[in-house]
Design a protein around this ligand. Sequence first.
Ligand code: SF4
Ligand code: SF4
Ligand code: FES
Length: 232
Amino acid sequence: MKLRLKILRGAYTVEKPEFKVFEVEVQKGMTFLRILQKIKEETDPSLSFRHFCRAGICGTCAILIDGFPRLACKEQVLSYALIKEEVTLEPLKGFPLLKDLVVDHEVFTEKMKKYKTWLLEGEEYSKITPTLHRKIERAADCILCYACQSYCPQVLEEDYAGPVIFAKLYRLIKDPRNAIRDERFIYALDKGHLYHCLSCNKCNNCCPTETKPADLIREIMVYTGKNEEVRS
Ligand code: SF4
Ligand code: SF4
Ligand code: FES
């Protein structure tokens, strides 16, 4: 079965990236990552895209497939080829473009540093109970694919920290090692505009794991709503 793939091509040096069309032969079991590799091996060695684990674990291969963020290594091409003749592949929105389907994640790492989304040196060791571990495990499922971040209307339109930041902060709400809990959440409220979340669930819908950041954001709102020290 044949499928036309429209892939956005360009580099950060190019002012306006343009689509290039590739005609591909689709077989059962092929993922979009496999198709991209095939194009690179057989047709255009200059095509750039990211991948690493090829198993939905590292999160690096997320791209827009017909405008929706997906992991290229998980998404089956046949399910598209059965119902359409052409599919569009683009890089994630909201990140600087490096080349073709590759965006720069570094800007986001800097953002995470600002929000202190991990425990800092000096925050003391303390045991985590199995019950607490189960509670925060869901947030720990996040594979940093940035699908949610690139699909959140508030991140794209406003200065909103975004679902990944809040999913990471969620883990720290009840973590006994979090020595600067209030500082973290005051910053998230003030600079991250937590309450600008529209609760639209777009981030939940595109998340390839069980993290479901919109649910976690609602829980953080309950936490900050109840905690006057954080809100005042
Ligand atoms: S629920 Fe909130 S964080 Fe998630 S996509 Fe909508 S606005 Fe963004
Ligand atoms: S919360 Fe889900 S969609 Fe967002 S970066 Fe983590 S795994 Fe990806
Ligand atoms: S290559 Fe690792 S998640 Fe796709």
